[in-house]
Structures are given as C-alpha cells and as structure tokens.
Design a protein around this ligand. Sequence first.
Ligand SMILES: NC(=O)c1ccc[n+]([C@@H]2O[C@H](COP(=O)([O-])OP(=O)(O)OC[C@H]3O[C@@H](n4cnc5c(N)ncnc54)[C@H](OP(=O)(O)O)[C@@H]3O)[C@@H](O)[C@H]2O)c1
Ligand SMILES: *[C@@H]1O[C@H](CO)[C@@H](O)[C@H](O)[C@H]1NC(C)=O
Ligand SMILES: *[C@@H]1O[C@H](CO)[C@@H](O)[C@H](O)[C@H]1NC(C)=O
Length: 333
Amino acid sequence: MAGIFNVLIAMLAGLGAVTLCCIIYSMLRFLTLHLIIPSHPLQSYKRSGPEPTYALVTGSSAGIGLGVAQALVKEGFAIILLGHLAEELAEAKSGLQALRPGAVVRILVMNARTATPEEIKDAVQSIADLQLSILVNNVGGNPVRLPAFRPMATHSSEDIDAVINHNARFMARLTALTLPLLSRNSRPEDRSLILNMSSAAWVGIPWIIMYGATKAFNLGFSCGLARELKASPDTSHIDCLAIVPGEVRSQGNCEGVSDSEPRWDQFGQCIVDKADNAISRNQTHLHPWMMHDFQQKILAALPEGISTAALNDALGKKREAFNSAWERSQKME
Ligand SMILES: NC(=O)c1ccc[n+]([C@@H]2O[C@H](COP(=O)([O-])OP(=O)(O)OC[C@H]3O[C@@H](n4cnc5c(N)ncnc54)[C@H](OP(=O)(O)O)[C@@H]3O)[C@@H](O)[C@H]2O)c1
Ligand SMILES: *[C@@H]1O[C@H](CO)[C@@H](O)[C@H](O)[C@H]1NC(C)=O
Ligand SMILES: *[C@@H]1O[C@H](CO)[C@@H](O)[C@H](O)[C@H]1NC(C)=O
C-alpha cells in the first residue's frame, strides 16, 4: 500500500516540476520578447548597394501606419506612403523628412475602399523598379455609415461591402501584386518582410462585427501565407508576420480610449522594435505591446461566459463614447 502511495507522490511531484518548468519557460519567453530590443531593428531587410531600400506602408498619413513609417525612416529605409488624401500624405512626407533630413519618401494616392484592380496594378507598376523589401498592410478601419457602433441588423449592404473592401480585399490584391517585387533578391542573404495589421477584435466583438470579422480574415491569411512562403525556396526569404494590436490612440481611434494605452507613434516604433525577435522565433503573429499581449493571454484563458461579459462591457462603453461624440458633432452642425 505504502509503495503505491510513494509512487503516486513521486508522479505528482514530477508533474508539478514539469508544470513549473513550463510556466517559467513561458514567462521567460514573454519577458525576453518584450524587454530585449535590438538597437537597430530590421537591418536584415536592407539591401546592399547605393540604391535605397524601400518599405511600402498603406494607410500611412496618420495613425499606426505613420508611426511605423517614422520608425523605418529612423532606421534608414526609404518609404512609400499610401493613402487617399494627397494633402495629408504631403504633410506626412515633410514630417518624415524633418525627422531624418534627406530621407527618400514617395507618395501613392489611392483609395483602398474603391480602387479598381487596374488602379492597384498601375500603382504597383509605378514602383516596380524600386528595391522594395518591406510591405506593411496597415490600412484598415470601420468605414460604415455613422454612428459607427451599431447592431448587425442595422448594417446596409454598402456598409458591409465597405468594410470588406477596406480591410480585406485591398490588402489581398495588393499583396498578390507586390509579392513578385518582394521575392527579388540579388544576394542569397537578402530578405523581405510583410507585416499584416490585424486587431485584437479578430476574436469577434459586438457592434462592430464586420470590423472584427475582417481582422480575423487578415490574421488567417497572414498565418497561411507565412507558411506558404516557407514552403518554396523561391519565397522562403520572405518573412511574414501578423501584428495584433489592442487599443491604440490614433486619428481613427480617439474616443473612449484610456490614457494608459499607447499612442500611434509609440505603437509604430514598438512594432518595428519587436518584429525581428518574433520572426527569429518563427511566430506567425505578434502582440507587440506588452500589456496587450498580457491581456490577450488572460482573455484566452478565461471561460467563455466571463470573456463574453467582459468584452460586451468594454465594447458597450466604447460604443457609448464613440456614438455620443458623433451625436455632439451632429448638434454642432
Ligand atoms: N487604433 C487602434 O486601436 C487599432 C486597434 C487594432 C487594430 N488597428 C488597426 O491598425 C490599422 C491602423 O489603425 P489606425 O487607428 O492607426 O488608423 P487611422 O488613425 O484611422 O489611420 C488611417 C490611415 O489610413 C488612411 N486611409 C483612410 N481611409 C483610406 C482609404 N480609403 N484608402 C487609403 N487610405 C486610407 C488614412 O490616410 P488618408 O486619410 O490620407 O487616406 C490614414 O493614414 C488599421 O488596420 C486598424 O484596423 C488599430
Ligand atoms: C496579408 O493579408 C492579406 C489579406 O488580409 C493576404 O492576402 C496576404 O496574403 C497577407 N500577407 C501575408 C504575407 O500573409
Ligand atoms: C525556425 O524554423 C526554422 C526552419 O523553418 C528552423 O531552422 C529554426 O531552428 C526555427 N527557429 C526556432 C527558434 O524555432
């Protein structure tokens, strides 16, 4: 009897030790990802030679896209800004050149929501001679008729299509056309990088259902492509990472966001700082902000009843903040 008891104790102790090791290992992975930052990130995506290496960032006249562009300019990349308002883009360009005098910045004016396949093809054609090594599929949002937070039943077909076009269709088309440019490498060590902007909303959230659903599309596509690219020697030098932000204060997300959340420029820098580390670990997706990463882990571990209640409560507050700001602006007009 005592023998069996002793064996049982030993087994439980062993199990405890293994569990403890797993927990310590996960904690170390978490901390090293977020706390060890290279002093010069993304240098392995620079091409050699006198020609500049370009990064194409979509939706980059403001918000996280501009934040990423700023961080890339600091690292010596040339930038192609893509947005739909020429004036805002010109302003962003002078801002980048003030940040690093002599920075090479080009502009593509294009409306992600309405661009035809021909227009996208022409735009990619116009940059085909450049040395492009980074594509950041950042443009995204919730372009429905206002107020933006509404039950699904109140969404028109136009609302539904606008979100799909803006968040999913445009980046799928642009990525397909840009891949041949990214796969060009004159030396075997030349690498390219695609960053796809998903969102913590991919889990499915109320009142902006289409937004969350298209962000799940971004995540699924990005992870699929990351695997496909590794399958062929012709494309295995292209790395692909989905970025999953939580709440970020930006032009598009300015109501009901706590001051403790990162600002667009801090967040853009954070993406650039942590991408190398995530890629060297073969991650397909990255929650770049440490607190967001922590929140995601907690959310995933909670029972569904509790996470639904927490999400509905948080989104209810956001809906209130966004929609009442909209009502105030209506009254002012
Ligand atoms: N902010 C957050 O909390 C958050 C959270 C999770 C995920 N994200 C994702 O991160 C990405 C950036 O978000 P953000 O909050 O930084 O956005 P934002 O502040 O709204 O910035 C939007 C950018 O996209 C451009 N843009 C808007 N409509 C466009 C169109 N039709 N065609 C082309 N460009 C257009 C704007 O430039 P122009 O006006 O010059 O065109 C601007 O540069 C999005 O994919 C978003 O879904 C954000
Ligand atoms: C990025 O996402 C788009 C669609 O959201 C997809 O078409 C594309 O393949 C993705 N890119 C990568 C490299 O995963
Ligand atoms: C990542 O994957 C490559 C093969 O695809 C492998 O050689 C490498 O060891 C992996 N790195 C890690 C940290 O798992």
